[in-house]
Write a protein that binds this ligand. Structure first.
Ligand code: PMP
Length: 333
């Protein structure tokens, strides 16, 4: 009999699946790590568990404590899930570009949600960073995990995501491809895989057009959620990525829709972005059959049904060509 005592025990050990339909012209194998199969629906469950456990051990979080964090949604779900099981209250601060359905999910887990404007500088008093700092400073017993600087974020990937990929590929992985948000995933997973392979594994970052990582001279707004930044977070180890591939919103969204329609993977925009980067990189470097790329797919497409998967939203936001390229004529007359 195998009965888990809590959903927390279901975090990690996500599977790898090879892509076959969206990889035209690629000879190398591209396999994806399906992080939406974590209990909270994203890779962020991993960091939540380690950050909360470490805070308890270090005495930063005690019974009756309140967790306050600026988050694009997924970290909030992970933290809310772990926090409710351990008896903590949670308050999340979100930029207004985060979809309504993601906010509803946080509330469903019992969290409180504060929404802030996206289009302000990080040091603006209205920014989600500033608002969460203020709440953390004024609420008694508050703990701010700060996923952008907390070393337990990258450490969770160093201890779990990296070893899982190494084990599940029988050490044959040659490339890791991951989007960069806080940088925790690529830094922790990449560092583990580089150490385990004596530096053989190549680490490739995927980054939205408009983010600082791929072009610090042209930072501007973009629509893909959860990845890219306008500053360099401490969680991002700039020595780990060997290459960074820039992906436009349109390329990311087209691949996101193709993954659902052709590979049976209903994933979010940052997953489409990472796969688009992997496919382009494999073609650009002419990687052969001996190469095995593993791409991290951070979350599910369920949180984006009214955006990336909604033809009306896509056309209104200038992605009509993507809709035309990915919408199949209905089989029902
Ligand atoms: N994709 C999504 C949807 C995310 O929420 C995040 C986390 N911000 C990432 C990718 C990037 O992961 P990381 O913060 O570890 O770089």
């Amino acid at each position: 009999m195998t009965i888990h005592q809590s959903t927390i025990e279901l975090i990690g050990d996500t599977p790898l699946v090879a892509l076959h339909h969206v990889v035209e012209g690629v000879r190398a194998t591209i396999a994806v790590k399906v992080e939406y199969l974590n209990p909270g629906g994203s890779s962020k469950d991993r960091i939540a568990e380690r950050i909360i456990s470490a805070a308890e051990t270090e005495g930063k979080l005690a019974p009756g404590g309140v967790i306050v964090e600026p988050t694009s949604g997924n970290t909030g779900v992970g933290l809310a899930l772990v926090a409710q099981q351990r008896g903590y209250r949670t308050i999340f601060v979100l930029p207004d570009k985060v979809s309504e359905s993601k906010r509803a999910v946080l509330r469903a887990y019992g969290a409180e949600v504060v929404v802030t404007p996206t289009d302000v500088e990080p040091d603006d008093p209205r920014s989600y960073y500033s608002v969460s700092d203020r709440l953390a400073a004024t609420i008694p017993g508050a703990f701010k995990p700060d996923q952008y600087s907390n070393p337990n974020g990258p450490l969770s990937h160093y201890r779990t995501t990296g070893p899982e990929i190494w084990r599940d590929t029988d050490h044959a992985v040659t490339h890791l491809v991951a989007g960069i948000g806080t940088g925790g995933t690529i830094s922790g997973t990449g560092r583990f895989l580089k150490e385990a392979s004596d530096g053989r594994v190549v680490v490739v970052g995927a980054d939205p057009d408009g983010s600082i990582y791929s072009n610090p001279h042209d930072v501007h707004q973009y629509d893909v959620e959860g990845v890219g930044e306008d500053f360099y977070p401490q969680a991002f180890d700039r020595t780990i990525a060997d290459d960074i591939v820039q992906v436009t919103d349109a390329q990311a969204f087209e691949m996101t829709r193709r993954l659902a329609a052709e590979e049976g993977l209903l994933v979010g925009g940052s997953s489409g972005m990472a796969v688009a980067a992997a496919v382009r990189y494999a073609r650009m470097r002419d990687l052969d059959e001996k190469q095995l790329l593993v791409v991290v797919l951070p979350d599910s497409g369920r949180g984006y049904l009214e955006k990336i998967f909604d033809d009306g939203w896509m056309r209104e936001h200038g992605y009509g060509a993507v809709v035309d390229a990915t919408t199949r004529p209905s089989l029902v007359a």
